[in-house]
Design a binder for this molecule. Structure first.
Ligand SMILES: Cc1cc2nc3c(=O)[nH]c(=O)nc-3n(C[C@H](O)[C@H](O)[C@H](O)COP(=O)(O)OP(=O)(O)OC[C@H]3O[C@@H](n4cnc5c(N)ncnc54)[C@H](O)[C@@H]3O)c2cc1C
Length: 324
């Protein structure tokens, strides 16, 4: 049987989360003797489908039709459903990023399947899968199974590692859309990308986030300086976003982005449950806060009690020495 992975793309590349899912699928397939299959949609899909062979994919379904050039739920679900029907997988994986969160539940509904979302670990025992996922904004971790078969899940980005397994060129299967552009009810007209030299927040290995403790919008200059010294992305708490100091696109948390970097540096952030919901699965958390009782210290790997305006410049100076 197959394990089918929906591979999301961005600016002509497979997204990192897609490589993580392919690697995880290959690991499971190695043990069970199943094959890994992939779905790649949108412009450049054929070439990108070809690249999936480096990550253990035997067969890749693709569609480059003009109707898929910009993402639409209906367009993508229509073609992905065709791939699903042809592949007949025992496990379906998609990333729990903004596109996966939109697309996967709709596809599951069309297939009349239940789904488990925001999975952070998969245990496979033959055809039986157990999924680990955070609930109650990350306060508890549960293990869940899909009651319907095949198992259908979205997986949090950055929680699984990428490993290559070169099987050469996969078999490519072209799909044609059944839904035409004029039937699609909601169309993306324009995507305005905030251009930045820094890594994309949800895929970054290191994130430096600022909160209300910065006290002013200008405080983010210091956060950016530390981020640049670490090659990190910049994040923020909702309090900082609501104060108008930085855009919502970098908000981390329950109503912002969910991130899982190797290193998360929280500066002047108290550690409210809604913020933790977005970053508690980071591998190492460093908290800088002048209040030694701040809840962020309960989950921090390393804590620095002090005024961030005194602590961060010292960190930057030391990092510059180390990096020089
Ligand atoms: C439905 C709902 C959804 C929400 N979603 C989100 C979300 O997605 N993301 C999110 O972040 N929040 C979210 N919130 C808001 C959340 O409850 C908190 O209000 C918010 O996270 C607090 O942000 P903060 O830690 O920056 O501010 P505060 O809680 O005010 O903490 C500021 C911290 O900075 C410290 N500090 C102050 N000055 C300094 C200094 N000079 N040096 C060092 N430390 C200093 C203080 O000791 C304090 O601990 C949500 C709330 C609700 C109700």
């Amino acid at each position: 049987m197959s394990i089918l992975v929906y591979c999301d793309t961005f600016e002509g590349k497979l997204r990192k989360v897609s490589l993580e899912l392919l690697s995880e699928a290959a690991k499971i397939a190695d043990k069970s003797g199943d094959t890994v299959e992939a779905i790649v949609l949108g412009s450049g899909a054929k070439a990108l489908a070809g690249e999936t062979g480096k990550y253990g994919v035997k067969k890749a379904y693709y569609c480059e039709d003009a109707s898929l050039e910009k993402y639409s739920t209906e367009g993508y679900v229509d073609v992905a459903k065709q791939a699903f029907d042809k592949s007949s997988p025992k496990l379906f994986l998609a990333g729990h990023n903004s596109r996966g969160r939109d697309f996967a539940p709709r596809l599951a509904q069309k297939l009349d399947l239940g789904m488990v979302s925001d999975v952070i670990a998969i245990e496979a025992n033959g055809d039986d899968f157990t999924f680990t996922k955070p609930i109650y904004a990350g306060k508890c971790i549960t293990k869940q199974k899909c009651k319907t078969s095949p198992a259908f899940v979205t997986v949090r980005p950055n929680v699984m590692s990428v490993a290559t397994k070169d099987l050469g060129a996969p078999e490519l299967v072209e799909l044609k859309p059944e839904v035409s552009l004029s039937d699609i009810r909601a169309i993306v007209k324009e995507i305005l990308l905030q251009k930045s030299e820094r890594p994309e927040l949800t895929e970054a290995r290191v994130i430096v986030s600022g909160g209300r403790g910065l006290g002013k919008a200008d405080g983010f200059k210091l956060i950016e300086e530390l981020a640049d010294a670490l090659g990190a992305a910049v994040g923020a708490s909702r309090a900082a976003v609501d104060s108008g100091w930085i855009g919502h696109s970098v908000q981390v948390g329950q109503t912002g982005k969910v991130v899982a970097p190797t290193l998360y540096v929280a500066c002047g952030i108290s550690g409210a449950i809604q913020h933790l919901a977005g970053m508690s699965s980071s591998k190492f958390i460093v908290a800088i806060n002048k209040d030694s009782e701040a809840p962020i210290f309960n989950i921090a790997s390393y804590g620095i009690v002090g005024d961030l305006y005194k602590v961060i410049p010292v960190m930057i100076a030391e990092l510059k020495k180390v990096m020089a």
